[in-house]
Design a protein around this ligand. Structure first.
Ligand SMILES: Nc1ncnc2c1ncn2[C@@H]1O[C@H](COP(=O)(O)OP(=O)(O)O)[C@@H](O)[C@H]1O
Ligand SMILES: [Mg+2]
Length: 373
């Protein structure tokens, strides 16, 4: 059981700020996922925790002890990388046992750990094979096994599934979730750019935003349970990053604050959003957001014409020309049979409409609505 605490962590490379003001606690046994666009510093943050790199400022605590000066080998962490560098001339068994022999563990203990890890990763039948005779997914499981046998307090994963094809990614993702349940007390910190992985695996998501050379902006855009980020994004960056296809955004002006929400004008349409608009005056420019799956299609006062369709089997996404905005509005259709050129009636449910102010910060939901969510 291990708590990881990052306090005011900064990282620069050659004067270039990469990570700024990271304050974060990862609870014992938690599955924490770092996500964000490529280059935002996910791997760098993981390497700081592993001790493979030094922070430019701030403190890192593992179980209450500041480990800034503690070398990687003494931090009790194990890291699994995207590229699983296995020893090609050694069997699966020896690849997993290798690090333990270095630790001078007894032969029986090594065998017990390797067999138990192999069992939980479905590798038992493959223990005598060499990596060349394994599939990509099997090799990645061996790399994970090599970390498990060390029985670390903390597992660090850097995009471990990125080199696998789509179906193997899903299978191995399930294995990793199972493993986390089975290991129970070990904390896992997992880096990915794949938001499905993040949504499905995480107890807690840490969404990082690229600093793009800016000073004074913290790297963390939002921390929370996956559904918290999905339903209550704090700002437009989070709203746009979480969800696929992404949230629709369109410019609007505030008409008036009502007791049941904020009334806005978007294009020639009137839209009500159940948000608290304290401080916003009529005429203020805002951005409205709604997810494709939250647009209610079938009836309503708004009208759209389908200009493009994407069929995914069980549902489709329709791109609509509408009164809301010159940009297409993407909506999810569960009914079959729509064709390009069709007109659709739809509504934007007030409890699903997000409103972002001029600084791209989300307006808070009305209190009653928040309690129900
Ligand atoms: N050793 C290094 N020296 C200089 N710049 C680096 C180094 N490692 C990473 N960077 C830069 O830091 C940024 C973050 O990198 P990284 O942590 O690998 O991002 P991510 O894993 O989120 O894609 C990138 O702009 C990268 O070019
Ligand atoms: Mg990376």
């Amino acid at each position: 059981m291990s708590e990881i605490r990052l306090q005011g962590i900064h990282k620069r490379f050659g004067g270039n700020p990469i990570l700024a003001d990271i304050n974060l606690t990862i609870a014992p046994g938690e599955f924490c996922v770092f996500i964000g666009p490529s280059g935002c510093g996910k791997s760098t943050l993981l390497r700081l925790i592993a001790g493979l790199d030094d922070a430019s400022g701030g403190e890192l605590y593992i179980d209450g002890r500041c480990v800034n000066e503690v070398p990687p080998a003494q931090r009790d962490v194990a890291m699994v990388f995207q590229s699983y560098a296995l020893y090609p001339h050694m069997t699966v068994y020896d690849n997993m046992a290798f690090g333990l022999r270095h630790l001078k563990l007894g032969k029986t203990e090594i065998e017990r750990r390797v067999r138990s890890a192999a069992e939980s990763l479905h590798l038992t039948a493959l223990l005598d094979r060499k990596p060349g005779a394994l599939s990509g997914g099997q090799r990645q499981r061996v790399a994970i096994g090599r970390a498990i046998v060390r029985q670390p307090k903390v597992f660090l994963f850097d995009e471990p599934l990125s080199n696998l094809d789509a179906s193997l990614r899903v299978k191995t993702r399930v294995e990793i979730a199972r493993l986390h349940r089975a290991l129970g007390s070990a904390s896992m910190v997992y880096v990915t750019h794949d938001q499905v992985e993040a949504m499905t695996l995480a107890d807690k998501i840490v969404l990082l935003k690229p600093l793009a050379g800016q000073e004074g902006v913290p790297s963390i855009a939002q921390v929370g349970h996956p559904l918290e980020l999905y339903h209550h994004p704090k700002n437009r960056f989070v709203a746009g990053f979480i969800g696929s296809p992404g949230m629709n955004f369109f410019p609007a002006g505030v008409s008036m604050a009502r007791s049941d929400g904020l009334q806005c004008q978007a294009g020639s349409a009137t839209v009500l959003a159940e948000v608290n608009a304290a401080g916003l005056v009529a005429g203020s420019a805002v951005t409205l957001g709604i997810r494709p799956e939250h647009v209610q299609v079938g009836e309503g006062s708004l009208l759209g014409r389908i200009t493009h369709l994407e069929h995914l089997g069980e549902h489709s996404y329709a791109y609509l020309d509408s009164d809301l905005s010159p940009a297409p509005l993407v909506v999810k259709l569960t009914a079959q049979g729509a064709v390009i050129g069709d007109s659709l009636r739809f509504t934007l449910p007030a409890d699903r409409v997000h409103v972002f102010d001029a600084a791209d910060e989300a307006l808070p939901r009305l209190a009653a609505n928040l309690a129900a969510a």
